[in-house]
Ligand binder design. Structure first.
Ligand SMILES: [Zn+2]
Length: 301
């Protein structure tokens, strides 16, 4: 018997095939970003609409549906650091627990498949962790940055499609999502509302006033202004019904190697000089305040 003959079929599936398979699970829910018509998945790896607009599945398994060139400010290095910090440290654990509970509550309503879209998913770590162990959920990760979406395809076991897309022109059909999620990212509520099912749940995570205050203080950045949050919350309240705000606050320990990754990841440190970053790595505070606010709201039935 040849070695490897007993391997599961899934082991042989490469990234592109896996991407195509995940896209099939979203067949009839994807729309063309050019003409808004229905798109279908072509087996060899393409999305095609009735008007002939076509988007190839990249060899990594994602689809770039961007219709123009985009200058992304975010580098591969940033996404690598983000992936490490989000997946390998406890910094966002309380947030994942909170959002995960919201998903579980939605999924109790009836049997079947539930769908979540992450708007501005970056390298997909939040979405991948939220989908872990939730077998009745499927995800769509959307981000303007092709580099982020490319990195997201490393979550090979995650049942999600990864789409490089404009968040004001999302390639999903009206009413296709149970949950529209956006974490620490600017939002287009008009699009989020369009793609939610009637009665669907919008979840927006914003930084609380104390978010990463140790990094802000070290690099002498202003603390977050409480008024900024009030404005964000009232915009969310204008868009959705039954709005609730829950504060998720922890202060996990951070080690020097983690402080190094945080310097790569956080815009708060990007403009600092190398020497200052090294000093933060060595002498920065031993705990980091993770002050996040989870806003939830509903689309009317
Ligand atoms: Zn089209």
């Amino acid at each position: 018997m040849m070695k490897g003959q007993w391997r599961r079929w899934g082991d042989h599936v490469n990234k592109k095939e896996r991407g195509i398979r995940n896209l099939y699970a979203w067949n009839r829910l994807l729309s063309c970003p050019v003409c808004q018509g229905s798109v279908s998945v072509v087996p060899e790896g393409r999305l095609v609409c009735g008007d002939g607009h076509s988007f190839d599945v990249a060899r990594q398994g994602y689809v770039n549906v961007l219709t123009g060139a985009v200058n992304s400010a975010y580098s591969k290095e940033l996404f690598h650091a983000r992936a490490k910090v989000i997946q390998e440290t406890p910094l966002y654990r309380a947030l994942h627990k909170n959002v995960g509970k919201l998903m579980d509550r939605e999924a109790k309503k009836q049997d079947g498949v539930y769908r979540i879209g992450d708007f501005g998913c970056g390298e997909g770590s939040h979405l991948a962790l939220l989908l872990e162990g939730r077998s009745n959920w499927m995800g769509a990760g959307l981000d303007l940055s092709k580099e982020g979406i490319q990195a997201a395809t490393d979550h090979e076991d995650t049942p999600a499609v990864w789409l490089a897309a404009d968040l004001v022109n999302v390639p999903l059909k009206t009413g296709s999502l149970d949950v529209a999620l956006t974490i620490l990212s600017p939002s287009n509520y008009k699009e989020m509302k369009r793609v939610l099912k009637p009665g669907g749940l919008a979840v927006k995570v914003i930084p609380g006033p104390g978010y990463m205050k140790e990094i802000r203080d070290f690099f002498q950045q202003n603390r977050r202004d409480a008024k900024e949050n009030e404005a964000l919350i009232s915009r969310f309240e204008e868009a959705f019904d039954d709005v609730k705000a829950v504060s998720v606050k922890t202060a996990p320990a951070v080690t020097a190697p983690l402080r190094k990754e945080l310097c790569r990841m956080s815009p708060l440190a990007w403009h600092a000089e190398e020497g200052e970053k090294e000093r933060y790595e060595k002498e920065g505070a031993a705990r980091l305040t993770m002050d996040l606010v989870v806003l939830t709201g509903r689309l009317p039935q």
